[in-house]
Design a protein around this ligand. Structure first.
Ligand code: NAG
Ligand code: NAG
Ligand code: NAG
Ligand code: NAG
Ligand code: NAG
Ligand code: NAG
Length: 822
């Protein structure tokens, strides 16, 4: 017995370290329900770099006395070594003291947040308002509002009225109205049969792989008898007699012949298969579709619309109707593959497993489908509007590129956040999840959605109108919008030119965007004509020119009430960063770096509008001044760089990285900071991410547009010691520029860091900044919330400020009060 005591101690210690590790790095583990917490435990342990410790060989009883002392000595030594190895495998501790956590921040927002005294968390509020006709069995009843939210195709107060999205030129039997006498091309012209709930085209019902609807009399919303193969982006160039069809391109036989896409088991021609949930060359592999928070395991996902199981509601089916037992309908047991996508929701814990809470309290609206899930269901590309999806075998994966990915990411973060409240009466802020970025993917493919119906203006006009409609719906449905003039409503504007063209009645709210343009008056600078918000447009829906209600009425960004937030980057996009644990022994051998679109091909952008002509002018300067040969600067498009190193690798190898605009924002600040490369910002009158919150001058350079010629001289003039200091600062603040806190993000960051640790023989990275590699502490989302806290008094108005102060215990109330008075 004694023999094993030291070993037992060591194991205890191991468990202790593991659990600390798990807690520190997982944040949510503390509040996770048993099954999630258990899973995290198992993964933490099973990925531990050491195998199970083998017991020493058993000894005969006779030799025991003699050997006891010797054994103890060995065991002590073994324990010591184990502790050393364990210690080496752990990341360095994160800063704990508010002063340390607030390094490099400006003003008091950060300290104020940390000085507030947490208060006990109470069980969530439950609601039980009924809905008419049980929403016809197709929609979800929001039991807080007593409103039905219907999937695409259904409408009316009880989801019983058709709300269709027909294909272009759709006629009898949902077939095309005339291949020859109607010649106009459209994205949603359908040569097969149209699913007119969402304007998706499938092989016609009389083919083997045709779409066959549920029989007449089936329950509303019943799935089709056979879904069939999609005919998406696949249009016939000829009819069955070989006569040319103006709006198509594919030979008739290839689509509808016996060997064609719609009939053959192994068709010789394949149409694209890009719908969410269908994979493989013949679109026959059914995989899980993607929904917000994967319907929390309490619903079925249909192209972005969660149909919740009985007793559950909300956009992610995360809310439980009053009186329903919590165990009903947990789906991760029957669909284990959704588990790695589920982020634990703190606000619905009952009893509260996360014992305390801090302000700000944020209420997340459940939005009318017109502004939210409809857009998801109208997607034509599986990857549109998402940040993650399911691949072969239902493996989770990140969507490779969605510039507006912050939209679905923030929605899930707000829903799962410990700052979320289910009680709008106590809310400090209201988060408005409108799928604005998603509209940019969907807009123009079909007559629906358009805002207003029938008008196809610039995409920016459509988006601004949709946002205005969402605001009007909120204002007509809830008392909260008018209560504080909309100042406490949070809107995300992920588009390239951010909030430049937001409706003036929406503008008083908190605008989160990636574009910190300050000048006023301002005009659109996009080279993408469809998005030009300075195009005049008159319509009865808004008296006069829309610009008078939008871009001419306010700047793009007001640093006082708005925030420039990081674009979304999944960890794999900075996997070569020393901050994720990549070995940092190599000297940064690239002096300065930029790879990106230049659009200098003749005729491409004759007026040189793109990037304010900064990228292009710099390119010519780099060529004329021989930057590459003379200074080791890599600048240009991929072909100019002459290296097949990954983007992440090049960023990690560079001392300076250029931050230049694109059509509006371009996520170069994030790229630079996340790789420890000192950002060189060249865009006048545009704030970079969190510039209003963090003293970015301590780790970045800003060069006026007028000084392009001198860029290299300016960089060369920076003393080595100053550069080293900036690099040290970057390591202390980089984590604020990326999002953690969602299950897949944490898993991904952890697996990258663990790989580096394994390569280093079990030693955790000790590079400055790597201590944050897998932590959500003070990440981008936390930074946003901390800043929001400090703005409460101002947003609520002076009178509300004292109330806000009174609600907040201790020192924080004083500092909030001071801020309000200032
Ligand atoms: C663990 O390592 C740190 C430095 O990396 C050191 O300060 C600390 O004393 C070590 N702890 C133990 C128990 O060895
Ligand atoms: C177009 O042709 C179809 C037959 O192919 C006919 O049914 C339809 O009425 C025609 N439509 C028009 C607008 O001429
Ligand atoms: C993937 O998910 C879909 C939808 O839930 C399911 O039908 C399918 O069987 C799953 N496939 C695997 C390999 O688990
Ligand atoms: C909100 O509704 C109130 C009351 O109906 C109305 O007076 C106000 O003008 C509305 N605000 C906006 C921005 O539409
Ligand atoms: C946008 O439209 C306005 C008005 O037609 C025009 O003056 C401006 O040049 C356009 N902007 C861009 C970047 O093309
Ligand atoms: C760059 O140089 C080319 C000639 O090589 C010239 O045609 C082009 O106008 C220049 N562009 C800029 C933005 O200076």
């Amino acid at each position: 017995m004694d023999l094993y005591k030291p070993l037992g101690l060591a194991l205890l210690l191991l468990l202790g370290l593991c659990s600390q590790y798990a807690l520190r790095n997982q944040g949510a583990t503390l509040g996770a329900p048993a099954h999630l917490a258990a899973r995290s435990w198992v993964s933490t342990l099973s990925s531990w770099p050491f195998g199970a410790q083998s017991r020493p060989p058993a000894e005969g009883p006779k030799r025991r006395l003699l050997q006891d002392a010797e054994n103890d000595k060995h065991a002590d030594e073994a324990v010591k070594q184990l502790i050393v190895r364990l210690n080496a495998s752990r990341l360095l501790p994160l800063p704990v003291k508010p002063q340390e956590r607030c390094v490099l921040t400006k003003g008091t927002w950060c300290m104020q947040y940390h000085l507030q005294a947490p208060v006990p968390r109470y069980p969530p509020r439950y609601y039980d308002k009924p809905c008419p006709n049980d929403c016809n069995g197709v929609g979800n009843c929001n039991h807080e509002y007593g409103l039905c939210f219907c999937p695409a195709g259904w409408g009316g107060p009880d989801c019983s009225q058709p709300r269709k999205r027909p294909c272009h030129h759709m006629g009898e039997g949902k077939r095309d109205a005339g291949w020859h006498n109607l010649t106009a091309w459209s994205h949603t012209r359908c040569a097969g049969v149209c699913d007119d709930d969402v304007a998706m085209c499938y092989c016609p019902p009389d083919t083997k792989y045709g779409h066959r609807e549920a029989p007449p009399g089936a329950r509303p919303g019943a799935p089709p008898e056979q879904r069939g193969r999609p005919l998406f982006m696949c249009t016939p160039g000829t009819d069955k007699d070989g006569k040319k069809v103006e709006w198509g391109g594919t030979p008739y036989e290839d689509m509808f012949g016996p060997e064609g896409w719609c009939n053959a088991d192994k068709p010789k021609f394949t149409c694209p298969c890009r719908l969410d949930g269908l994979l493989g060359p013949t679109c026959s592999e059914v995989v899980e579709q993607t929904c917000t928070n994967q319907c929390s395991g309490h619903g079925e996902c249909n192209q972005g619309f969660c149909k919740c199981h009985a007793g559950w509601y909300g956009v992610d089916c995360g809310l439980r109707r009053a009186g329903v037992l919590s165990e009903v309908g947990d789906e991760w047991l029957t669909k284990p593959w959704i588990e790695p996508t589920l982020t634990h929701t703190v606000a619905t814990e009952d009893p509260p497993l996360t014992p305390v809470r801090r302000r700000p309290y944020i209420y997340v609206y459940d939005m009318k489908p017109d502004f939210s899930t409809d857009l998801m269901q109208y997607r034509i590309e599986g990857s549109h509007c998402l940040y993650r999806s399911f691949g072969h075998g239902n493996r989770t994966s990140f969507v490779g590129y969605n510039a507006y990915g912050v939209e679905p990411v923030l929605h899930e973060l707000f829903l799962t956040s410990e700052h979320r409240t289910l009680d709008p009466e106590e809310a400090d802020y209201f988060y408005v999840p409108v799928n604005l970025g998603c509209l940019f993917d969907v807009y123009g493919w079909n007559e629906i959605p358009r805002w207003p119906r029938g008008l196809l203006g610039p995409r920016t006009h459509g988006a601004a109108m949709m946002q205005r409609e969402a605001m009007r719906w909120l204002n007509a449905t809830f008392p909260y919008f008018a209560r504080r003039g909309g100042r406490d409503h949070i809107w995300v504007n992920p588009h390239d030119e951010g909030a430049c063209y937001v409706w003036k009645e929406v503008w008083p709210g908190v605008m989160l965007s990636h574009w910190g343009r300050l000048d006023f008056p301002h005009a659109s600078n996009t080279a993408y004509g469809q998005d030009n918000y300075s195009l005049p447009l008159h319509h009865a829906a808004h008296p006069g020119d829309w610009r008078d209600h939008t871009s001419l009425a306010h700047p793009c960004f007001d640093p006082k009430k708005d925030l420039v937030v990081p674009a979304f980057k999944q960890p794999a996009l900075y996997n070569k960063s020393p901050f994720l644990g990549a070995p940092a022994d190599r000297e940064r051998d690239v002096f300065a770096f930029f790879i990106g679109d230049l659009r200098m091909e003749p005729g491409r952008d004759p007026a040189c509008r793109y990037s304010r002509c900064i990228r292009q002018r710099l390119y010519n300067i780099s060529r004329d001044q021989h930057w590459k040969e003379a200074h080791g600067v890599l600048y240009g498009e991929r072909k100019d760089i002459g290296s097949d190193a990954t983007y992440s690798e090049l960023l990690a190898r560079s001392k300076f990285c250029f931050v230049l605009p694109g059509d509006g924002w371009s996520p170069r600040w994030e790229d630079a900071v996340l790789h420890g490369c000192v950002p060189v910002v060249i865009m006048d009158d545009v704030q970079v991410v969190f510039e209003s919150l963090i003293d970015v001058s301590l780790f970045s350079l800003r060069i006026p547009e007028a000084d392009l010629d001198r860029v290299v001289d300016i960089l060369k003039a920076l003393p080595q010691a100053k550069l080293a200091e900036m690099q040290r600062h970057l390591a202390r603040v980089w984590h604020r520029y990326r999002y953690m806190g969602l299950r897949m993000l944490e898993d991904s960051a952890r697996s990258i860091m663990w790989d580096y640790r394994a390569e280093a023989g079990g030693k955790a990275p000790r590079t400055p900044g790597a201590e944050f590699s897998t932590s959500r502490q003070d990440d981008a989302f936390a930074t946003i919330l901390q800043w929001l806290y400090h703005r409460i008094p101002e947003v609520h108005g002076t009178q509300q400020a004292s109330k806000a102060g009174a609600l907040t215990a201790g020192a924080a109330s004083d500092s909030v009060g001071v801020a309000a008075a200032a």
